[in-house]
Design a protein around this ligand. Structure first.
Ligand code: PLP
Length: 393
């Protein structure tokens, strides 16, 4: 048996296992404890009614001979959905052609699969801290990784460094876990850098729905010059609560090509149509409904709900004098553990003294140590209770 040795280079994904163990042990010893989980990255609000209605209608169509659908012949997503996605960009003044949109079952799959387009020795620039899937997918496929430091000095928004030139550049904005979002001006520096060095930016816009600052970008394609250097991966998981439904998309501009002029879009379409048979019709109709005026308004109500939680947590930390980032353009709040505690020590303090569960920052990279991530995906009631407990002496 010849195994892929790179799997053995992966760091064990102990973060959530250890959290579960520690919470389980505490619960075992304190069965009556009312534990509030502010560590989860999963949404809790139900799907928008317009989305549910579209799913029900599509499911009924599938049960009728005349409207039944089999394989999606295009393999890249039904035109009705790609038009709805292009319309979503157009509403914000960003031009994306339907032929550049490839629908998938979510951002995580695309982020992993897109690496097949690049040579094994193509190096990746990955911010630290960040969503751990970038590192793991690159390790699995043997790509060299170069880290770029996100830290307090740069507001967790590192800018290009001439000493760190790679083939692929990951940008996650708004960022998981820090909640920091790049301004258009900052992204322009990345776009110019990528164009100058022939690098390709993989822009993860999974949290674009949370952007509130006028100066922050919601898509890399808002930036002049991005069409020759960037791919955007996006998701309905957070915008529309599709974590359990599964839908997302990737935009590969027609102009994006290597130095020999070979375009990436046909490669991505070929990859997807060879190895993936598309997203279910029912899900694609549900996704289409997200972009209807009614669907978008309902999804935005859910985002506003989470944003209220984020604001309350941020205000609470402010009152306590705890330094923190994010929470404004993101569901995540990234706090600096007080009194110089490391991530796990502060996690332990919150669990045992306040019965609140956060996510130790160390799980998102070396630079995450000394930080902890709280999320706003809980209920108002739980978040208010957590805020009161934090403030209580
Ligand atoms: N990108 C980031 C930054 C995320 O935090 C997540 C999920 O938490 C994903 C992508 C995955 O999205 P999806 O549910 O569409 O696979």
């Amino acid at each position: 048996m010849k195994l892929n040795e790179h799997f053995f280079e992966l760091k064990s994904s102990y973060l959530f296992k250890r959290i579960a163990q520690e919470v389980g042990a505490y619960k075992g010893a304190n069965p009556g404890a009312d534990i509030i989980r502010l560590g989860i990255g999963d949404v809790t609000r139900p799907l928008a009614p317009a989305v549910v209605a579209a799913m029900q209608k599509a499911a009924a169509e599938m049960g009728v001979k005349e409207t039944f659908r089999g394989y999606d012949d295009d393999g890249v997503g039904y035109l009705f959905l790609r038009e709805a996605i292009a319309g979503y960009y157009a509403q914000r003044g960003t031009a994306v052609d339907v032929s550049e949109i490839v629908v998938s079952d979510g951002a995580k799959s695309d982020l992993g699969n897109i690496l097949e387009l690049f040579a094994t020795d193509a190096a990746a620039l990955i911010p630290d801290p960040v969503y751990p899937a970038y590192v793991d997918t690159n390790v699995m496929s043997g790509h060299p990784i170069v880290y770029i430091s996100g830290n307090e000095e740069n507001g967790f928004l590192p800018l290009p460094d001439e000493n760190l030139v790679t083939d692929v550049i990951y940008i996650c904005s708004p960022n998981n876990p820090t909640g920091a979002a790049y301004s258009r001006e900052q992204l322009r520096a990345w776009v110019d850098f990528a164009n100058a060095h022939g690098s390709v930016i993989l822009f993860d816009a999974a949290y674009e729905g949370f952007v509130r600052d006028e100066t922050a970008a919601r898509s890399i394609f808002e930036i002049p010059g991005s069409r020759t250097c960037a791919i955007e991966v996006c998701s309905l998981s957070k915008l529309a609560g599709f974590t359990g439904v599964r839908a997302g998309w990737t935009v590969v501009p027609k102009e994006l090509a290597d130095s020999a002029g070979r375009a990436l879009l046909p490669l991505w379409v070929r990859r997807q149509t060879t190895k993936f048979n598309g997203v279910s019709y029912v899900t694609q109709r549900a996704a289409e409904a997200v972009f209807s005026p009614e669907g978008l308004a309902q999804c935005r109500e859910n985002l506003a709900y989470y944003q209220q939680n984020a604001q309350l947590l941020s205000e609470t930390l402010g009152k306590l004098g705890i330094k923190h980032f994010g929470g404004k353009n993101s569901p995540y709040i990234w706090l600096k553990c007080p009194n110089g505690l490391d991530s796990w020590a502060y996690f332990d303090y919150l669990l045992k003294e306040k019965n609140i569960v956060g996510t130790p920052g160390e799980g998102f990279g070396k630079n995450g140590d000394g930080y902890l991530r709280l999320t706003s995906f809980g209920t108002h009631e739980a978040t208010e209770k957590a805020a009161a407990r934090l403030l209580a002496q």
